[in-house]
Design a protein around this ligand. Structure first.
Ligand code: 0GY
Length: 304
């Protein structure tokens, strides 16, 4: 079967630079994906984009290059609720990858057990309208109740403007709830403004809510640095991520988001992304929580 990549969608950045920041031993890249390869793991018919292939072997090579020890592989919408590529990558990781799946209400208990054995520890509910069609909330709540019994959590992905409408649903979820990419704040607005204050209140009032302080390359308006050797990229995102890390140090995660689906204007150098970390987690203690202690507690609780 042949898959035509979505026009304009860039391939991931080959040959990422060596980060200047040395990751603490045991660091986890807690948000990344595998795509296909499409010939082995076909993309979902209902997908909104067709990515380039990005295999588990390529992800594990990036992990080693950047200095991570483990990955959390998150099911992306282009694979729908067929978790085969993600689960296969987890199974072939030698225990160094966990997964976050997408499931439908029709998923059987046996299928959930198989995913658990592969390394899955969460499900993802996606509310970004350009990525998915609407799923009724009662269906999602039923799934949340079932996966809670397995000790899994729920990952939610949404745009900041949609938080007020989704608030009641999110705050009744019965599990740990992990927000992707800080709830996608508009970083051209003030960090002390009402939109980001609402997100901070969401975390403050709900101790089961965690946030990934990831994806500066997606959120930045300033963009990457000029190609002049400057490694301080995406600085307009720093105040937002740093505020979350310093206020909720025990409830934050970080990930590369490799291979960076749906980026059309530039493809980030993953080495530069790693060099973003010490700007948002400014002490060795905060870095250890963000990169090691927190993801280990959530995904490898038996070892943490
Ligand atoms: C991300 C972000 C995006 C895509 C997906 O599941 C997905 O397709 O999450 C996006 O387009 O913002 O986290 O990979």
């Amino acid at each position: 079967m042949n898959f035509e990549k979505t026009p304009g969608w860039l391939d991931w950045y080959a040959g990422p630079s060596q980060p200047t920041f040395k990751l603490p031993p045991g660091s986890v890249d807690a948000h990344c994906h595998v795509f296909g390869p499409g010939n082995s793991f076909p993309f979902a018919p209902e997908r909104k984009y067709t990515p380039c292939d990005a295999s588990a072997a390529q992800l594990f090579a990036l992990r080693d290059h950047l200095g991570f020890e483990r990955n959390v592989i998150v099911q992306a919408t282009c694979h729908g609720a067929d978790n085969s590529a993600m689960a296969d990558a987890c199974r072939h990781s030698g225990g160094k990858a966990r997964g976050v799946a997408t499931v439908k209400r029709s998923v059987s208990d046996a299928e959930l057990q198989t995913l658990h054995a592969a390394g899955v520890r969460g499900v993802r509910f996606n509310f970004v309208k350009r990525l998915v069609d609407f799923t009724p909330k009662d269906e999602l709540m039923e799934i949340a109740g079932r996966i809670k019994a397995l000790g899994w959590h729920v990952v939610i992905y949404f745009e900041a403007v949609d938080l007020p409408e989704l608030w009641d649903f999110f705050t009744t979820l019965p599990t740990t709830v992990v927000v992707d990419h800080m709830g996608r704040p508009d970083v051209s607005k003030p960090v002390d403004g009402p939109e980001f204050a609402l997100f901070m209140r969401f975390m403050q009032e709900h101790p089961n809510v965690w946030s990934k302080v990831s994806c500066p390359e997606r959120l930045s308006v300033a963009g990457p640095p000029a190609l002049n050797g400057e490694r301080a990229a995406y600085r307009d995102v720093v105040p937002f991520a740093r505020r979350i890390v310093e206020t909720f140090p025990d409830r934050v995660l970080w990930g590369t988001d490799w291979p960076h689906p749906n980026l059309k204007d530039h493809m980030p150098d993953d080495g530069l992304l790693v060099d973003f970390i010490p700007h948002i987690a400014t002490t060795a203690e905060l870095q250890h929580k963000l990169l090691v202690a927190n993801p280990m507690r959530l995904y490898w609780s038996e070892e943490a």
